[in-house]
Write a protein that binds this ligand. Structure first.
Ligand code: ITT
Length: 183
């Protein structure tokens, strides 16, 4: 069975497609914007979105809610990452960050088949906020996030290299392992 991803974010869809292709699985993308509930927990947002996506698609489907959590800002922008990116943007975030630049990216996948309760898969990558934006690949906060163990921002990495290390790659590979276990 071909898994179905619902997202309005084409960059996200391309990254998921790459991860699934690398695992030998074709992925179908449905372009869909769900209404996101307000919560501090990505899990709650993802679960609610997956229920809506199932209503719209009528077949088992998964969604992802992701965010950048800056430790010195108590996890801001976290669940509000998309809004903060669209409003104050990279430069705005860089102005808020002080000497402590520790941050993490989190991805939460919620898969709902309409029968059992939604299944959740989480991926998290630690790193730091760069001094200035660097790189031209990826999307969103990629130009200012440097994952642990690297000198490069996510935006300086090809899609394959990024997904090998990213929050999304980790969550998706957990999901893929679970799907394989389902036969
Ligand atoms: P959907 O809800 O339709 O999937 P979205 O873009 O609104 O699309 P999110 O609610 O998960 O998705 O928003 C997360 C935001 O966090 C996203 O818009 C980016 O600004 C940022 N973000 C998440 N993952 C990222 C990544 O891998 N690289 C850079 N920025 C990322």
């Amino acid at each position: 069975m071909t898994p179905i991803l619902a997202t309005s974010n084409i960059h996200k869809a391309r990254e998921f497609k790459k991860i699934f292709r690398d695992a030998g699985i074709a992925l179908k993308h449905v372009s869909l914007k769900t209404i996101e509930i307000q919560s501090e927990r990505l899990e709650d947002i993802a679960v609610f979105s997956s229920l809506q996506a199932f209503e719209a698609v009528g077949r088992p489907v998964f969604v992802e809610d992701a965010g950048l959590f800056i430790e010195s800002l108590d996890g801001f922008p976290g669940p509000y990452s998309s809004y903060v990116y669209r409003t104050i943007g990279l430069e705005g975030v860089l102005r808020l960050v002080g000497d402590d630049r520790e941050a993490r990216f989190v991805s939460v996948i919620s898969y709902y088949d309409g029968r059992t309760s939604p299944h959740i898969f989480r991926g998290e990558v630690h790193g730091r906020i760069a001094e200035r934006p660097r790189g031209r690949y990826g999307f969103g906060f990629d130009p200012i996030f440097i994952p642990e163990g690297s000198d490069k921002t996510f935006a300086e990495m090809s899609r394959g290299i990024k997904t090998g290390k990213s929050h999304r790659g980790l969550a998706a590979r957990r999901f893929i392992a679970w799907l394989r276990g389902q036969g």
